[in-house]
Each structure stands twice: as structure tokens, then as C-alpha cells.
Write a new protein. Structure first.
Length: 95
């Protein structure tokens, strides 16, 4: 099975989005982790809600890895670059 991840990054260094399957159905309880790209150290983590939504927070600009996993689905790893001047960052991942 496959799933899609969409996320938005706002000026407050918040990464938020929704985890869905190939039919655009929300995936509840997916694990979402934000880590530093250079050493994979943990920054923030959460699980998706009933609607597939999630919110993560970072304290600094820079490159991060967004890792999404859920039982029965292929894991997704996406590089995310946070800029203070960036107001919105959209990305969809569909397998």
C-alpha cells in the first residue's frame, strides 16, 4: 500500500499537513518525525489525527528530514528546508 503526505511550513517554523492514502483517505496514527538532515538527530515528532492532520515545530532555519511511517504503508522521507522569510511551503508526495 502507498500513502501521500502534504505539508506546509510557515514563518513560525511550523510544519503541518495531512497524511492520506492513494485514494485521498486520511491515515490516522501515522508516525511523523522531523530530524536534522545533517545528523538525523530528533527535532520534533507526532502522530496524525483522525483527519490525517499533523503539526510539528522546529526552532531554527535549515535542512530537515520529514519521515512518515504507518503500518501497512511504505515509509516516506522528504527533505524540507525551513526559511524564516518563507510564508508557505507546499509539497505533495504520492506513490
Amino acid at each position: 500500500m502507498v500513502f501521500a503526505v502534504s505539508y506546509v511550513v510557515t514563518v513560525a517554523q511550523t510544519v503541518k499537513g495531512k497524511v492520506t492514502d492513494g485514494n485521498n483517505n486520511p491515515i490516522e496514527f501515522a508516525n511523523i518525525v522531523l530530524s536534522h538532515a545533517n545528523d538525523s538527530s530528533f527535532v520534533s515528532g507526532t502522530t496524525s489525527g483522525k483527519d490525517g492532520g499533523y503539526v510539528l515545530h522546529a526552532t531554527n532555519n535549515g535542512e530537515y528530514l520529514l519521515r512518515v511511517s504507518s503500518v501497512g504503508y511504505k515509509s516516506v522521507i522528504k527533505k524540507v528546508t525551513l526559511y524564516r522569510m518563507s510564508s508557505v511551503y507546499n509539497e505533495n508526495i504520492i506513490y
